[in-house]
Design a protein around this ligand. Structure first.
Ligand code: SF4
Length: 207
């Protein structure tokens, strides 16, 4: 495939997360495989009633190959703990499976994935949904909400309300925990509201 060409991921027809993860590791459907170190596939409870979707792997996740293991992941851990949900009983993934970034000095700065990259990666998320069969999807941030709801969604207007996705699942939308990390004021309030949204999704899922 020519550099820059975007197609759509084509997962194998299987409900085995192991086989899907292995196939995704070789995905070249969009150019992000060149910028990311590796495909970061979802992990957690294989038949969890709650599937959590973020945007894309961050710097640490890209290096370690696991979702939500960096600073935003630690906030998610704290929120799950506060709502009494064990992290390993939740399936956690991202809408886009490779890290998109731009250099800034020696640092790799996160870049928001483009719509065509979200669409290219969507079949992997759909395959994870078909394999895990969660009762509820918790979308963290606008990219996850856009992927799951099939169009642009205003997170601030929809957060915390039970919605239904065109993918046929109950959905709760909240902010991405990385947003809280960027705040200079109102951190406690923002975290409390995040915990409240996570709790709503968890209760809907039956935790
Ligand atoms: S971001 Fe998704 S669609 Fe693009 S190469 Fe990676 S796994 Fe494939």
């Amino acid at each position: 495939m020519a550099a820059g060409t975007v197609t759509v991921a084509d997962p194998p027809k299987t409900h085995s997360l192991q086989k899907l993860r292995s196939a995704a590791s070789a995905c070249r459907a969009c150019p992000l495989w060149r910028t990311g170190t590796q495909t970061v596939f979802g992990e957690g409870g294989a038949h969890s009633p709650l599937l959590v979707v973020g945007e894309q792997p961050g710097d640490r996740e890209d290096i370690e190959g696991h979702p939500f293991v960096g600073p935003a992941g630690r906030l998610l851990d704290r929120a799950l703990e506060a709502t009494g949900v064990p992290r390993d009983e939740v399936y956690i993934t991202n809408a886009v499976k490779h890290f998109k970034w731009e250099p800034r000095g020696k640092r790799r700065l996160h870049k928001t994935p483009a719509q065509r990259e979200i669409e290219a990666c969507l079949p992997w998320l759909e395959a994870e949904l078909a394999a895990v069969e969660p009762r509820v999807i918790l979308c963290m941030g606008a990219t996850a909400a856009r992927a799951v709801m099939g169009g642009k969604v205003r997170v601030t207007e929809t957060r915390g309300q039970p919605l239904t996705s065109p993918l046929g699942k109950e959905v709760v939308i909240t902010i991405h925990p990385a947003y809280i990390l960027r705040l200079r004021t109102g951190v406690e309030e923002a975290f409390a509201q995040f915990v409240s949204d996570v709790g709503k999704a968890a209760r809907l899922a039956g935790f």
